[in-house]
Write a protein that binds this ligand. Structure first.
Ligand code: BG6
Length: 300
């Protein structure tokens, strides 16, 4: 995997609002900070690790057991799942694709007159382990810290054949008590239940009282994580996504995951802006075409 020099990044892109640092286990990372708050992004996996607004609880959740090891996914924050969501179609590789296992390149950082701060990272097939035999592509991921946190993933088909992919911005939210929250915005939507292997229609707002791993279909709208413990509502808006995944591993599955604490399911919930094939939401780009998945996180 390519070497990244933190001092070089700081020289090229650093500023009062953009600071590169050695993150967990020395992984190259960048912190954006301004009057709206702060966000930390790991250059490995272009992974948003934390998002905080002044005087508030962290909005994103990160496992105390996350490995922060090159070649392994980071557990928490916002993994970029791409170019496949869930298990690999032929079972050859681990789930959720290789974008979260690669070292990205920082290509730009910007401070806007309105006080927003942004950083852009990119990944191409050349940055990905050859064992994946990746087709030509370019991902461009821009994180903008303003009144909301905007994550914009652009996918460019740089090859000469169609490019089909699926994926997600797999956000882990920090909540006071997962059993006390409600996830709004998915009522009356059809879902595929990956725990029970069934389908259903969501009759009420989502309450978490057991393992939940559901793909909600035809869901382009806003979700709200209503958290009475922290006295706040996290708003998740998106575009370029017509499926939404809600996940909490609950008791047994938490124990099975080496990078997830046994009790940590109490303080997290994933609400993911996704392109899930099973929900008929995989995307195909003609040569030269661009696709975009945007997620905007804010607090009401
Ligand atoms: C969710 C999937 O998106 O991610 C779950 O729906 C999966 O099935 C979860 O368990 C975590 O995946 P991973 O690969 O990061 O452990």
């Amino acid at each position: 995997m390519k070497e990244v020099c933190i001092a070089d990044l700081q020289k090229r892109f650093g500023s009062e609002n953009v600071n590169f640092f050695a993150g967990p286990n020395g992984l190259p990372s960048v912190k954006l900070s301004n009057s709206f708050g702060e966000v930390e992004i790991c250059v490995y996996a272009a992974h948003v690790m934390s998002y905080k607004r002044p005087g508030e609880e962290p909005i994103l959740w990160m496992s105390q057991k996350s490995m922060f090891t090159v070649g392994e996914p980071i557990r928490g924050g916002v993994p970029i799942c791409w170019p496949w969501f869930g298990p690999h179609a032929e079972g050859k590789f681990a789930g959720h694709g290789y974008a979260r296992l690669a070292m990205w390149d920082v290509t730009a950082a910007a401070q806007a007159a309105n006080g927003e701060t942004a950083v852009t990272m990119q990944l191409t097939e050349k940055d990905v382990d050859a064992k994946f035999a990746p087709a030509p592509f370019r991902l461009e991921f821009t994180v903008t810290l303003g009144a909301a946190l905007t994550m914009d993933l652009k996918v460019y088909n740089t090859g000469d054949a169609d490019l089909t992919y699926s994926g997600a911005l797999h956000s882990y939210f920090n909540v006071a008590d997962s059993a006390a929250i409600k996830v709004e915005g998915l009522k009356d939507c059809k879902y595929l239940d990956k725990v029970l292997n069934t389908e259903g229609v969501q009759s009420e707002d989502i309450v978490i009282d057991r393992e939940i791993d559901r793909v909600y279909c035809r869901t382009a709208g806003v979700c709200r994580v209503v958290d009475p413990g922290f006295g706040r509502v996290i708003r998740v808006a998106k575009s370029g996504s017509n499926s939404t995944v809600v996940w909490n591993p609950w008791i047994e599955k938490s124990k099975k995951m080496p990078d997830f604490g046994d009790e940590e399911y109490h303080t997290m919930v994933c609400v993911e802006a996704a392109n899930v094939p099973a929900a008929d939401d995989a995307r195909t780009l003609a040569p030269g075409a661009m696709g975009e998945l945007i997620q905007v996180i804010s607090v009401e």
